[in-house]
Design a protein around this ligand. Structure first.
Ligand SMILES: *[C@@H]1O[C@H](CO)[C@@H](O)[C@H](O)[C@H]1NC(C)=O
Ligand SMILES: *[C@@H]1O[C@H](CO)[C@@H](O)[C@H](O)[C@H]1NC(C)=O
Ligand SMILES: *[C@@H]1O[C@H](CO)[C@@H](O)[C@H](O)[C@H]1NC(C)=O
Length: 969
């Protein structure tokens, strides 16, 4: 049925329509003309061409249309429908006059122009054109106005002398949950996922962005200026994503952060000008394990979820196309249609995916899932912007190239892998291998999985493992901005681009590179930046590390076959050595000038200096290229040796039972006897990938407590990461190292009260003091800890908890039976810096974990940010206060990055810390506080090149008995 325009008093009463067709008036015709012309002009594809594509179009009549009418309701609906039709096939793009803009749409009027003089400018352009040395850059009205030499400063400009400092465009994080996955984590602010059902294209991250989140300021201080805020990966289609700039706005609204609001989200002040193409929309999809787990489904179900979703969207798309074809015919006849443009809130965004108007970002790890997703793209014909995580992408580059329309980019972590089965085959060399295949590589944070503040660190590591300098920088700046659809304004330093720039204190790929200032929309972001170290203006990137012959990655160890045996020798002459930082008689050699030689024979250092005369026939020469001999490093980590894939229970020792947490308090007392004897040694698993990678980076020892989230953690073990099994001589360094407990909120889980935990600890220690440990038949570890026979390690983060523990230690030590002083260690300690002097006075050690402050939970929210937001970072505050401390391994895959963490904090100390102390943070300090026995042999790790910079790696290590040398060729 259709209606006459002329008389229809009640537009909603459709039965009231007259059956005849009155003649149209001139007024109606003019109205039509006025309405349609601009709309038709807007359309890039003539409507008749759509019509001709419609199957059976010729037989489908439009005779149900009545000419002439003046029903305002229908006019409005018809106008809207025609508007929608005219836009059906218009792809997102850039307005024709975009680069003629005189000021940014994000310009804040009071912002002064900024002229940065004499910078080393990395522009984001292709290799060969990317560097402008000694150039100036002028920012004004939210835009980059010009780049050149000797630019003149406009009136009122803020003139900054860069003195040759590096300057890059702002970092674009293409995978972030900033603002929706809160920092610190709070139950009232976790809006990253819905679990309503696996297909949710109608949800929007925008609706949950909390502009007060603690992460914004910290993330900007790492040079990140824009983030694509994706919904989480609990769903096959998790919803729509939004790209936001990270600077605070006076409006304090999510809208005011959005870079280019898609017109689908009506926003006051943001109107689409006639003729402008639509803006990109973004969507998050996900394959694999997460959805399986959340919905208790299998991959077969997941495929059906996707395909039924796409089928629904395709049906809606087809009905829209059919409607618009009909509408075109009606228009030609001067008629209108009664029906509305077919739409559906649930499917409209997915229809836009099928129309190529959405940048699809798909979390998809392994070959099986990548193949399934490529299959969907070809079945439903839509492009994918990027596969995220994609730990197996490097194994199937040709598969990626089969995706519909274009090859997706791959967005990766650098070294985070093996945390679940999907990531088991992750390779450090994946970025380089994908780049070799001409696949666009992006590094991403997945904030707060990684702290997006340090996204740069991902690019640095990718470079260390072989990605070229320009591609490494592009992976977080240019490629990410381009793949997200913003290469017209972000990712490059070009005139008329957004004035988002970062001034660095060194080459951005150097270890510890830190922003000196960050500008977003031309606005200075760090009020009083602290510069931790002197400016470095060198143009050269750090070296790429040499690649061992058998890197641990890919399918190695998958098939149960024997590991490759490494070459073991008795005698090595290290040449090109710059530093020996070992204990004892070789201690002083760190200060020797220039390069020298070191001869090692049968576990003894026989010579340092010029050793060629002492070399025998059997001696192997290893050139260290200015490298170092360091003591074996110690990895203090939560589950190293207790898990292979932490989310696979059968590959993991799993958390210990905790009576205080898991049981009723009334039954707790009886249960202590059973659990107090839990020892990590009994759950150890040797030979896995995490251990081998840790070992190959110089972490020859590991200390691990039983896993758990509760108060009671059991007794830790110290062992050698290179051992094959627990019975091998020298596999163990110490069987029972320390007793471990946790006081805190266990990072968000429900726990007994803090005061209950403290009361329980007090009760157990006082109870222990009543016992005579010399006559004890069975080890009672609380009694041993109470008497100071073994150290007590307490997981605690919050300053208030640490303060209470300092008081408790004094209380126990004042007891008449106490054999003070007790040996206590705080593990975690994010807020320990607030009580650094008190900790030093109480002789309590600290294992700082994670080493770089990250206020993930409320207990950690006062974690000190460090430069450029505060003068010092936590390691330097603890060091200066004289606290004995080390750096801990937050997750198993991170042991190998720990030496970089130490070197980073050392750099930030600006000379207050010497290199030997920094190495001690990941070696001897941990050994001392945990009272590990010293080995008689001169155990060491030999690093090629400077281990305090990228490009270095361990090339030789002592064998587990300390008597020979294993080459990591
Ligand atoms: C630019 O900075 C470099 C490095 O600090 C310096 O050597 C050079 O003299 C500076 N050039 C000008 C024109 O100031
Ligand atoms: C990558 O691109 C380069 C330059 O276009 C080309 O020479 C090379 O063959 C490509 N490599 C692959 C694996 O496609
Ligand atoms: C001190 O220890 C002895 C056993 O060595 C025990 O009998 C006594 O009760 C303890 N006193 C206190 C106050 O704990």
């Amino acid at each position: 049925m259709a209606y006459s325009f002329e008389k229809l008093p009640d537009p909603f009463d459709r039965s009231a329509a007259p059956a005849s067709t009155p003649k149209s008036t001139l007024r109606t015709r003019l109205l039509f003309a006025a309405l349609l012309c601009p709309l038709l002009l807007l359309s890039s594809i003539p409507l008749h061409s759509i019509w001709s594509l419609w199957p059976g179009s010729s037989s489908r009549g439009v005779g149900s249309t009545w000419r002439t009418a003046e029903n305002p309701y229908l006019q409005k609906q018809w106008k809207e429908s025609l508007g929608r039709c005219s836009q059906l096939h218009v792809l997102p793009g850039v307005p024709a006059d975009f680069h003629k803009r005189k000021e940014s749409d994000r310009f804040v009027p009071s912002t002064p122009p900024t002229l940065i003089r004499n910078a080393t400018i990395w522009t984001g352009e292709d290799t060969g054109n990317e560097l402008l040395l000694g150039h100036d850059i002028l920012l004004d009205r939210g835009l980059i106005i010009s780049l050149g030499k000797n630019l003149s400063a406009p009136k009122g400009a803020d003139v900054v002398q860069a003195h040759g400092a590096w300057l890059t465009p702002g970092i674009f994080d293409m995978h972030s949950h900033i603002g929706v996955d809160s920092l610190p984590e709070l139950s009232g602010a976790n809006d990253v996922n819905s679990v309503a059902n696996p297909i949710l294209p109608h949800l929007r991250s925008l609706d949950g962005i909390n502009t007060h989140d603690l992460a914004f300021k910290r993330t900007v201080s790492g040079g990140v200026t824009t983030s694509l805020v994706l919904p989480g990966s609990a769903n096959n289609i998790g919803g729509q994503a939004f790209a936001i700039k990270l600077r605070p706005t006076k409006e304090k609204t999510p809208e005011s952060l959005v870079l280019e609001m898609p017109y689908n989200v009506p926003t006051p002040g943001i109107e689409r000008k006639e003729g402008d193409p639509p803006r990109w929309r973004h969507m998050k999809m996900a394959c694999g394990e997460n959805i399986r787990r959340v919905y208790k489904q299998t991959r077969l179900d997941l495929a059906y979820n996707f395909r039924s979703g796409f089928t629904s969207a395709a049906a809606l798309r087809d009905s829209q196309d059919a409607f618009c074809a009909q509408a075109e015919l009606a228009q030609k006849k001067g008629e209108i249609l009664e029906e509305r443009f077919p739409d559906d809130l649930q499917w409209e965004a997915l229809v836009d995916v099928l129309r190529g108007k959405v940048k699809v970002n798909t979390h998809c790890y392994e070959a099986t899932d990548l193949a399934a997703f490529v299959r969907y793209t070809n079945e439903f014909k839509f492009p994918v912007a990027a596969f995220h995580h994609a730990h197996e992408a490097y194994l199937v580059p040709d598969l990626l190239k089969q995706a519909w329309n274009s090859t997706p980019a791959v967005a990766l972590f650098a070294t985070q892998a093996r945390y679940k089965r999907e990531s088991w085959r992750g390779s450090d060399y994946a970025p380089q291998k994908l780049a070799e295949q001409n696949i666009t590589v992006i590094m991403k944070s997945d904030h707060p999985v990684l702290d997006s503040r340090f996204l740069l660190f991902e690019a640095q590591q990718a470079h260390h493992f072989g990605l070229s300098t320009n591609l490494a920088l592009r992976s977080i700046i240019t490629s990410s901005a381009s793949v997200a659809g913003f290469s017209h304004r972000l990712g490059y330093l070009r005139p008329n681009y957004d004035a988002d720039v970062v001034l660095w204190d060194s080459h951005p790929l150097k270890l510890g590179a830190t922003p000196r200032q960050v500008y977003i929309d031309g606005i200075k972001q760090i009020e009083n930046p602290f510069e931790a170290k002197p400016l470095e203006t060198g143009v050269e990137a750090p070296e790429v590390a040499s690649k061992p012959e058998f890197p641990i990655c890919e399918e190695e160890l998958d098939d149960g076959s024997e590991e490759r045996e490494r070459e073991v020798i008795d005698s090595v002459l290290f040449t090109g050595v710059r530093e020996v930082l070992l204990e004892g008689e070789w201690e002083a050699r760190g200060e020797m000038e220039g390069e020298f030689e070191v001869l090692v024979q049968e576990g003894r250092i026989e010579c340092v200096g010029e050793c060629a005369a002492l070399v025998g026939e059997e001696t192997r020469k290893v050139e260290l290229k200015g490298g170092s001999l360091l003591p074996p490093l110690t990895a203090y980590g939560p589950a190293l040796g207790l898990t292979e894939m932490i989310s696979e229970k059968s590959t993991t020792d799993n958390p210990v039972y905790d009576p205080l947490y898991s049981g009723e308090l009334s039954t707790t007392q009886q249960l202590w006897g059973q659990v107090v004897a839990v020892k990590a040694i009994d759950g150890l698993e040797f030979g896995g990938k995490h251990l081998r990678i840790s070992h190959d980076q110089g972490f020859l020892k590991a200390v691990v407590a039983p896993m758990g989230n509760g108060f009671f953690r059991g007794v830790s073990v110290a062992f050698r990461t290179g051992a094959k099994h627990v019975l091998q001589p020298d596999a163990l360094v110490k069987e029972a190292v320390a007793l471990h407990v946790t006081i805190g909120h266990y990072k968000g889980t429900q726990t007994p009260s803090i005061s209950t935990e403290i009361a329980e600890l007090r009760r157990l220690l006082l109870g222990g003091l009543e016992k005579d440990t010399s006559t004890m038949v069975k080890a009672d570890y609380f009694a041993l800890a109470a008497h100071g026979t073994i150290p007590l390690v307490i997981n605690a983060w919050k300053a208030d908890v640490i303060g209470t523990l300092i008081r408790l230690k004094g209380e126990i030590e004042r007891e008449p039976n106490s054999t003070a002083p007790l040996r206590w260690v705080i593990h975690g300690g994010q807020e320990a810096h607030l009580l650094a002097h008190e900790l030093a006075a109480a002789d309590i050690s600290v294992v700082l974990s994670p080493p770089r402050a990250f206020p993930e939970s409320w207990d950690e929210r006062r974690a000190v940010a460090g430069p450029p937001l505060s003068p010092r970072n936590a390691p330097n505050i603890l060091h200066n206060a004289g606290v004995r401390f080390g750096l801990g391994v937050p997750e198993e895959w991170q042991a190998r990055t720990l030496l970089w963490e130490a070197a980073w904090a050392w750099r930030d100390s600006n000379g207050e810390v010497d290199r030997k102390s920094a190495v001690a943070w990941v070696s001897t300090n941990l050994d001392d506080m945990l009272e590990l026995p010293k080995n008689g042999a001169a155990e060491f790790v030999a690093y090629e090149r400077d281990p305090f910079e990228f490009g270095s790696r361990a090339v030789a290590v002592s064998t587990t008995d300390g008597k020979q040398v294993e080459l990591i060729a």
